[in-house]
Design a binder for this molecule. Structure first.
Ligand code: GLU
Length: 473
C-alpha cells in the first residue's frame, strides 16, 4: 500500500500570518486533501526572542478563517528541543557529526581569510578529524554535521526540477549549539522525520536549506521527503511584495472585506493553475490540485483581480451569511454606527441584500451601500449626489412627493408606474427623476433601484427624507 501523504505547514510565529505563508499553507493543505492524507501544523517557535503567543493565535485564526483545517494537535517545535539534541548525539555516535571547539576568535579569523580571498565564509572543518583528546579544557563544544566534501547534493524538486549544489559550497554547519540547543536546520529535519512528513511544500527561499537538510537526512539514514519549493509572490511591478501591494496579514484581508472563499480562489491562482480556470470552488481545487501544476515563475499580486473574484463570491453568497459577515466586519473595524444600524435593521438589510450584492466588491462596500437603510435624518449628502439636487430637481421631487403621498399601494410596480407617468407628464426622461430621488433618499449616486429603496425604507421615511431636501413637509 502506498504511504499516506503527510504534508505540514511550519510557520514561525514572529508576526501576523503573512499572505504568502497562507498560500503555502493552502498548497500543503490542498495536496494533503487531494490524496486523502494529513496536513500537520508545526509552530516553529525556537526563536524565543521573536516568537509571541499573539502570533501563534494569528496563525490559528488565519488558517481557521480560510478553512484550512489541520490534522492532529499542532506541534510546538521548541518543546521538542531534547529530541533534537538526542538526534545530534546519535549523529555523533554514527560518526556523521563531531564536536567542534573553535573559539569565536578562530571563527572570525576564518571569515576574515575567506573574505580576503573572495570566498564565501565557510567553516574549514578543522575539528572534523581531530581526536577528542585534543579538546581544550573548559570549552563547551558545538556539534557540527559532517557534510560531504566532494560531489553534489541534488534537490529533486517538484517545482524547480533537479537543483544541484556542489558539496564544496556547503560547510560542516552547526546542528547543536554549545548551550545544547538545536539549530533550526536540525530541528526542521528531526520534526519532519518524526512527523512522518512525506511532502514538504514551502517557499523557494528555503531551497538552499533543503540541500543542508538532505545532509542531515543522509547522516541519519532517513528517507528524504518529496519537496516542492514554490516561487514567492511579487508585487504587480515584479519587485518584492510591499505592504502597499498586498504584503499584509490574513486578518487585514478579512478586515478589508474579502470573503475566505475568494481568498482561497485567488491565492490558489497565484502560483498554480489548471487550464484557464479562474473561478473555482475549494472542492474543485482539492479535486484538481497537483504539484505539477505549480508555476515555476514568480506570481504577481494583483488587487484588481482579487477584488473581481471577491465580487463574484459576494454575488453568490447567501444574504443571511453576508449579513453576519457585514456585522462582524463593521464591529471588528470599529464602525460602531454601522454595526448598530445593521443590528437594529436586520430584516431590512436582508431584504435589501440581493439588490446590494451585484454592486459591491468587498464586504465593506456592502456595509457602505446598506447605510441608506439606517442613515439618520437629515441625511448627509455626498458631493456627487449634491450635484443632482439642482433647483429644478428639488422642485420635481417636491411635486413627485405629493403624488407618492397619495399612493395606497406601496410596491415597486406602483411607485415605478407613478414615476413614469410623472416623468412623461413633465416631458422628462425617467432618469431625471430617479437620480435626484436617489440623491435625496440615500445621499449617494449609487444605490439599489430607487423604487426598491423606497419600499425598503417605507413610505413614511421616504416622505420625510424627501421633505428634508425640498424644505416641504
Ligand atoms: N518556519 C519556516 C518559515 O516560516 C518554514 C520552514 C519550513 O517550511 O521548512 O519560513
Amino acid at each position: 500500500m502506498a504511504k499516506q501523504v503527510v504534508t505540514r505547514f511550519a510557520p514561525s510565529p514572529t508576526g501576523y500570518l503573512h499572505i504568502g505563508s497562507a498560500r503555502t499553507a493552502l498548497f500543503s493543505w490542498a495536496y494533503a486533501r487531494h490524496h486523502q492524507g494529513k496536513m500537520l501544523l508545526r509552530i516553529e517557535d525556537t526563536d524565543r526572542e521573536r516568537s509571541t503567543n499573539a502570533a501563534v493565535q494569528a496563525i490559528f485564526d488565519g488558517l481557521t478563517w480560510l478553512g484550512l483545517n489541520w490534522d492532529d494537535e499542532p506541534i510546538m517545535q521548541f518543546s521538542r528541543a531534547e529530541r533534537h539534541a538526542e538526534v545530534a548525539r546519535e549523529l555523533l555516535a554514527r560518526g556523521q557529526a563531531y564536536y567542534c571547539y573553535c573559539s569565536p576568535e578562530e571563527l572570525a579569523q576564518m571569515r576574515e581569510e575567506a573574505r580576503a580571498a573572495g570566498r564565501p565564509p565557510r567553516y574549514d572543518g578543522r575539528w572534523r578529524d581531530r581526536d577528542p583528546s585534543e579538546a581544550p579544557a573548559g570549552v563547551a563544544p558545538v556539534i557540527r554535521i559532517k557534510a560531504p566534501q566532494e560531489g553534489e547534493i541534488v534537490v529533486d524538486d517538484h517545482v524547480q526540477g533537479k537543483v544541484v549544489f556542489k558539496a564544496e559550497n556547503l560547510d560542516d554547519f552547526i546542528i547543536l549549539r554549545s548551550d545544547g540547543t538545536p539549530t533550526y536546520m536540525l530541528a526542521v529535519v528531526v520534526d519532519d522525520h518524526d512527523m512522518d512528513v512525506t511532502h514538504i511544500i514551502r517557499g523557494d527561499d528555503h531551497l538552499t536549506n533543503a540541500a543542508r537538510q538532505i545532509v542531515i537526512y543522509n547522516g541519519m539514514g532517513w528517507d528524504v521527503p518529496e519537496m516542492a519549493h514554490i516561487p514567492l509572490i511579487h508585487g504587480p511591478d515584479g519587485a518584492k511584495l510591499s505592504k502597499r501591494h498586498g504584503a499584509l496579514g490574513v486578518a487585514a484581508y478579512r478586515q478589508m472585506g474579502y470573503l475566505p472563499e475568494a481568498m482561497i480562489n485567488y491565492l490558489a491562482r497565484l502560483g498554480w493553475s489548471r487550464g484557464d480556470a479562474e473561478i473555482f470552488s475549494v472542492d474543485q481545487l482539492v479535486d484538481w490540485f497537483s504539484l505539477e501544476d505549480l508555476n515555476k515563475g514568480a506570481a504577481r499580486f494583483d488587487f484588481v483581480k482579487l477584488e473581481s473574484i471577491n465580487g463574484h463570491y459576494i454575488r453568490e453568497a447567501a444574504p443571511q451569511r453576508l449579513y453576519e459577515v457585514m456585522l462582524e466586519t463593521a464591529t471588528e473595524v470599529g464602525r460602531d454606527i454601522d454595526a448598530a444600524g445593521l443590528a437594529a435593521n436586520k430584516d431590512t438589510v436582508l431584504a435589501a441584500l440581493p439588490e446590494l450584492q451585484p454592486r459591491a466588491k468587498t464586504v465593506l462596500e456592502l456595509v457602505d451601500l446598506a447605510q441608506f437603510i439606517y442613515a439618520m435624518r437629515p441625511l448627509s449628502i455626498d458631493a456627487a449626489a449634491a450635484e443632482q439636487l439642482t433647483v429644478d430637481a428639488r422642485a420635481h421631487i417636491a411635486e413627485f412627493a405629493k403624488i407618492v403621498r397619495g399612493l395606497d399601494d406601496w410596491s415597486v410596480p406602483a411607485i415605478d408606474a407613478a414615476a413614469r407617468a410623472f416623468a412623461e407628464q413633465k416631458g422628462l426622461k425617467l432618469g431625471k427623476i430617479a437620480q435626484p430621488l436617489r440623491a435625496a433618499l440615500t445621499g449617494r449616486t449609487i444605490s439599489p433601484g430607487i423604487f426598491e429603496v423606497m419600499v425598503l425604507i417605507g413610505k413614511e421615511e421616504t416622505l420625510a427624507r424627501l421633505s428634508d431636501q425640498t424644505g416641504l413637509s
